[in-house]
Design a protein around this ligand. Sequence first.
Ligand code: GDP
Length: 388
Amino acid sequence: MKLALIGFGQAGGKIVDKFIEYDRATESGFVTGAIAVNSASVDLQGLEHVPEDNQVLIGQSRVKGHGVGADNELGAEIAEADVGEIQSTLDKIPVHEIDAFLVVAGMGGGTGSGGAPVLAKHLKRLYTAPVFGLGVLPGTDEGGIYTLNAARSFQTFVREVDNLLVFDNDSWRQTGESVGSGYDRINEEIVERFGMLFAAGEVSAGDAVGESVVDSSEIINTLSGGGVSTIGYATESVETPNAGLLSRFLGGNDGIDEMSATNRITSLVRKATLGRLTLPCDVSSAERALVVTGGPPSHLNRKGIERGRSWLEEETGSMEVRGGDFPDPAGEEVEATVLLSGISEVPRVKQLQQVAIEAQDTTAEIQRQSQDDLAELVDTGEELEALF
Ligand code: GDP
């Protein structure tokens, strides 16, 4: 699937940077172009793969390159004011070649949290290509302001995109890990999962040795219809005997036992679905799904995919479950990626909203109280007079 990537804010920029790295390393070719948008110049300087010409510093007149300090209303305002500058940078990307836009942002901060929904709205007004979002939820230990930001951004971002793919930092952190190295590892996990999905839709007819290769339209159809999506992923290393001569003697499948290949795929699809999702949810609440199995072609078979697909149909109760291959002749693993779209039973989002509402009420109460306290501190009644 050919994408124009837009990384908004620090997390968004770093994740887009990693997508470019992944795309090059795997020679996938799903990144048609990428830009990074930020209000903090130092965050842009940290990027390694988004070309400098494709970086936009917004809000300079308001925040002078210092960022918005987790104020996502300000983030939204400066994005709105400078959307023309973002557009000029986007014009450097051949957008007529893309299948979709992907706007990536951490939802707990200020620039990405506020700006990403503004840009999504702008893109939808201007282009016919679908606009997808990739939103990262903050960890529960990040505090009230980040939770409130994320809950408000979530509401707005879902409304403005054709689908919001979500990754929840909270489900993925490990105890004892520093924030920096934690994010590096988490970003790898993000890019591996979403990258495989996007790369799958980019296998050209020439490479299509699999029986039913996933097409980018299948990914788009699973995502369109709106709502929120999550991804599951599972992998298993496999032995790949020398292909070629041997494979011809053994009937083209490198001597791999069909039955165990089928069973491996079915069990990987189950593991991907029932294991850790990018956003944990009740699987039965998904409206649509897509199963992609990747790996050396000799290990992929139609029966495995079909079984995995019909198992997922039962599990989701949905009739709209698509499936396909992502053959990778050089691969040493069989992988299964499951995209669950239109999910509605998501306890983490409900919890986030609850904490956000409490944080909002507490903040309002503290503000009221502190105004009263200040008035009490300063006011001396009739005894002292202010200068003017
Ligand atoms: P912004 O620059 O104002 O948009 O804010 P940030 O992107 O720095 O932070 C927003 C949120 O994103 C934070 O609350 C974190 O939850 C998360 N975050 C920050 N950096 C990273 C990162 O590198 N990876 C991931 N997965 N999340 C991050």
